[in-house]
Design a protein around this ligand. Structure first.
Ligand code: COA
Length: 322
């Protein structure tokens, strides 16, 4: 059996940090409200001209370096993003060029906060079916570009960043299974209500902003993360107590705690970065993974459950042996 194994991780955060106290100066909110309702303390925000491809590239370079491969070895680049540099070409193609390589397949996956897990699913199947040996999967976002900084119900929630993994074919261990789902009926609960074919004016005016029914999304996220965890564990005959690490999408600490509780996971075994990064959508899981790998928490051979939930709705998971 061929597995897709993570052989390198990387991440990158823009230099500029915006704290809750900074937001207090421009909108009617408070550090206390934001921390109590979301767990968020600060977020990184891309500088003018710092694009999704730029921060995605930096994360990819670190993952490639950690993997010890040559960029020319990559057979596939998948970028999960809801904030591509351009309408086209795909951000993956732009990153490919910036990596100084050409020829391998490169495309973006649009699954909002589930973009990285969707990308992992695609790359896993690509490697398992012999499409290639090495894949680069990136989650990268500049959500600050689609955030209305005057809307306190959303402005406090999001941040910018990127994370990446290099996957390689391995005969022994790696991704055990991936699971992805969507339910398009939830479109209006979490979306950017404008875009390209629906009407371009708001985009041109720089007013294409995230709109969300926070309460409904919260409830759905908690229920869905529970069901995808059950599906993943049952599908592999794995007991929840066998998991070493839980790496959920980082949207809200209360959602993460609820999901961990259902898994009977102590919070020491849950990777949490939402306090430092806020919700970086497709970037949040690979960012959290990279941080816990680099600080020595996650070790080779450990069993990891990754879980995502986002606009669409989309959701997914990956069970893997690191
Ligand atoms: N600062 C202060 N008050 C705020 C605020 C802010 N930034 N944002 C909203 N409020 C107010 C509301 O106006 C409301 O006031 P009211 O009761 O007078 O009407 C009150 O706080 C409570 O709002 P509510 O929306 O019920 O709060 P909540 O407990 O549901 O928390 C979220 C709001 C957005 C933090 C929460 O719903 C959430 O995290 N949802 C999921 C979001 C998410 O994960 N999205 C991405 C999924 S990938």
């Amino acid at each position: 059996m061929t597995y897709a194994r993570i052989i390198g991780t990387g991440s990158f955060l823009p230099e500029k940090v915006v704290t809750n106290a900074d937001l207090e100066k421009s909108i009617e909110t408070s550090d206390e409200w934001i921390r109590e309702r979301t767990g968020i303390r600060r977020r990184h925000i891309a500088a003018d001209g710092e694009t999704t491809s730029e921060i995605g590239l930096r994360a990819a370079e670190r993952a490639i370096e950690a993997a010890g491969i040559d960029a020319a070895d990559i057979d596939l680049i998948v970028v999960g993003t809801a904030t591509p540099d351009k309408i086209f070409p795909a951000t993956a193609c732009i990153i490919q060029r910036k990596l100084g390589i050409a020829g391998c397949a490169a495309y973006d996956v649009s699954a909002a906060c589930s973009g990285f897990v969707y990308g992992l699913d695609v790359a896993n199947r690509f490697i398992q079916t012999g499409g290639g040996r090495t894949a680069l999967v990136i989650g990268a976002e500049t959500l600050s570009r689609i955030t209305n900084w005057e809307d306190r119900t959303t402005a406090v929630l999001f941040g910018d960043g990127a994370g990446a993994v290099v996957l390689q074919a391995n005969e022994e261990t790696g991704i055990i299974s991936t699971h992805i789902h969507a339910d398009g009926r939830a479109e209006e609960l979490l979306h950017v209500p404008t875009g390209i074919s629906i009407g371009y004016e708001a985009v041109q005016a720089g007013e294409a902003y995230i709109a969300m029914n926070g309460n409904a999304v919260f409830r759905k996220a908690v229920a869905t993360l529970d069901s995808i965890a059950r599906e993943t564990l049952a599908g592999n005959g794995v007991d929840k107590h066998d998991l070493d690490w839980f790496i959920p999408h980082q949207a809200n600490l209360r959602i993460i705690r609820a999901a961990a509780k259902k898994l009977d996971m102590p919070m020491e075994r849950v990777v949490v970065t939402v306090d430092e990064h806020a919700n970086t959508s497709a970037a949040s899981i690979p960012l959290a993974l990279d941080i816990a790998v680099r600080d020595g928490r996650i070790k080779r051979g450990e069993l990891l459950l990754l879980e995502a939930f986002g606009a669409g709705f989309t959701w997914g998971s990956a069970l893997l042996r690191y």
